[in-house]
Design a protein around this ligand. Structure first.
Ligand code: GLN
Length: 230
């Protein structure tokens, strides 16, 4: 399983989210604390952010801890909306930069932590990679992010073994689902962090229950149980 992180709020440096905290994605790439599947996340990484409304990404198929160029530049990248991830490839999936999250349709940045049988997904001509997460992202983009909760519940029903933790943002909204893996939220005075696991020991981190949709608009947060939840 991968680990992902999103920020919506006042502009912050990408390094302050992804590299600097004591348990940041950088550390989660080799020593995650809450990961249930897989020991580390060394098959790639991606950092995406909105810059004057434009989605920009830096993705790699190498471990995050080895990237001295990103470590040098990340403190200079500032944004009010960031989506980043470190990847542990599911067996049989390609390892290439285009298989690392975040994926984009030009408006949204999206990460998938989990796995899904591609046979239950429609063929997607515009998927960025053949990795399950990219095919799923293409379906979510096509259905529209307003339908994220319904799309996840429907795919989850078609593949009962799937794990479908999604994190997506478009510069002014941030959405996430929990379906089979962990997600935590930190509400700060200047914005909201959603992350697969807390990046520090701040007592303000709150665990999101499984099979929920989280919607963050400005600093307003809404939590809804997903369909199919008993
Ligand atoms: N299935 C996806 C992949 O192979 C995501 C894996 C994960 O969450 N670890 O990249």
């Amino acid at each position: 399983m991968c680990r992902h992180l999103g920020w919506l709020g006042a502009p912050r440096s990408v390094a302050s989210l992804v590299l600097d905290p004591p348990q940041a994605l950088l550390v989660q790439s080799y020593a995650p604390r809450r990961q249930k599947n897989g020991l580390m996340n060394a098959d790639g990484w991606g950092a995406g952010f909105f810059d004057d409304g434009v989605a920009r990404r830096w993705r790699s198929d190498k471990p995050l801890w080895g990237d001295a160029s990103f470590a040098s530049v990340a403190p200079a990248l500032h944004s009010g909306c960031v989506v980043a991830a470190v990847r542990s490839a599911t067996i049989g999936m390609p390892i290439e930069p285009s298989a690392s999250a975040p994926f984009t349709d030009g408006h949204w940045l999206l990460s998938h932590n989990g796995l899904v049988d591609r046979a239950v997904l429609p063929l997607a001509a515009n998927a960025e990679s053949t990795v399950d997460s990219a095919v799923l992202a293409a379906l979510i983009f096509e259905r529209g992010l307003d339908a994220l909760g319904d799309t996840v519940a429907e795919v989850g029903e078609r593949d009962p073994n799937s794990r479908l933790n999604i994190l997506a943002a478009n510069g002014s909204r941030m959405l996430a689902t929990t379906w089979g893996d962990t997600l935590s939220m930190l509400r700060r005075s200047d914005g909201v962090v959603l992350a697969s696991e807390p990046y520090d020991d701040d007592p303000g981190w709150q665990d999101i229950p499984d099979r929920h949709l989280v919607v963050v608009d400005d600093s307003h947060v809404e939590l809804t149980p997903l369909k199919g939840t008993a």
